[in-house]
Write a new protein. Structure first.
Length: 180
């Protein structure tokens, strides 16, 4: 059955990026790509990618700088209220509630999972819609003090896996529900 999953790196004080959308603090950290809860194993089960406009534009800007091509072979849904240009044929630019896209995303994922790349507010919208099964958080040994939050509402989670991958604390949580 298709799972909706939020796999992300975070500072230990719960930010996905600093206030200027900078991720330099993340890419300098050592990680074993074959280690616990690694990205390679995670992405092998992903059939659909979902992200917000800030994350999309950040990836496009980085690719323009590095010359890298669009990373995702999976069909991808970008949430934005603007008319952004899709960078590939299987990139869909959409607006609306996560529930509006529930069946489309499940059908497109086939027997694989839906990856909510971020940001935190979009992941929270999916959780509010009952469309978030778990979070895998790769905690870097950094505090940022401010920036783009991991989640934007109070939620209860249940810790299901915990390990170390070089500099990172790797933690997988099931979503229990919004805190009352
Ligand atoms: N640490 C990591 O592993 C990691 C992972 C993911 C992202 N990031 C970084 O974290 C930052 C995330 O930024 P963020 O949390 O501010 O943003 P984000 O989710 O990437 O983008 C927010 C934007 O998404 C659009 N949006 C969200 N919900 C929508 C909806 N229901 N319908 C239509 N549009 C919707 C809006 O775009 P419009 O303003 O265009 O309407 C909104 O401004 C970025 O810098 C990203 O690169 C880091």
């Amino acid at each position: 059955m298709t799972r909706f999953r939020f796999y992300t790196a975070s500072s230990i004080d719960g930010f996905l990026a600093d206030a200027a959308d900078n991720l330099d603090w993340l890419f300098t950290q050592p990680i074993d790509e074959n280690g616990p809860l690694n990205y390679k194993e995670f992405i092998a089960d992903v059939g659909v990618v979902v992200m917000g406009a800030t994350t999309y534009e950040w990836i496009l800007a980085r690719n323009a700088r590095t010359g890298e091509a669009w990373q995702y072979t999976q069909p991808t849904w970008i949430f934005t209220h603007r008319q952004l240009r899709p960078i590939a044929e299987n990139v869909h630019i959409v607006a609306g509630e996560p529930t509006d896209f529930r069946q489309t995303l499940i059908d497109a994922a086939g027997d694989k999972d839906v990856w909510i790349v971020g940001g935190g507010d979009l992941a929270t919208q999916f959780a509010d819609a009952g469309l978030l099964d778990d979070l895998v958080i790769c905690y870097a040994p950094v505090t940022l003090g401010a920036g783009r939050p991991l989640f934007t509402k109070p939620y209860d989670l249940e810790l299901r896996e915990l390990d170390r991958n070089k500099a990172f604390i790797m933690a997988r949580y099931d979503v229990v529900g919004a805190r009352q």
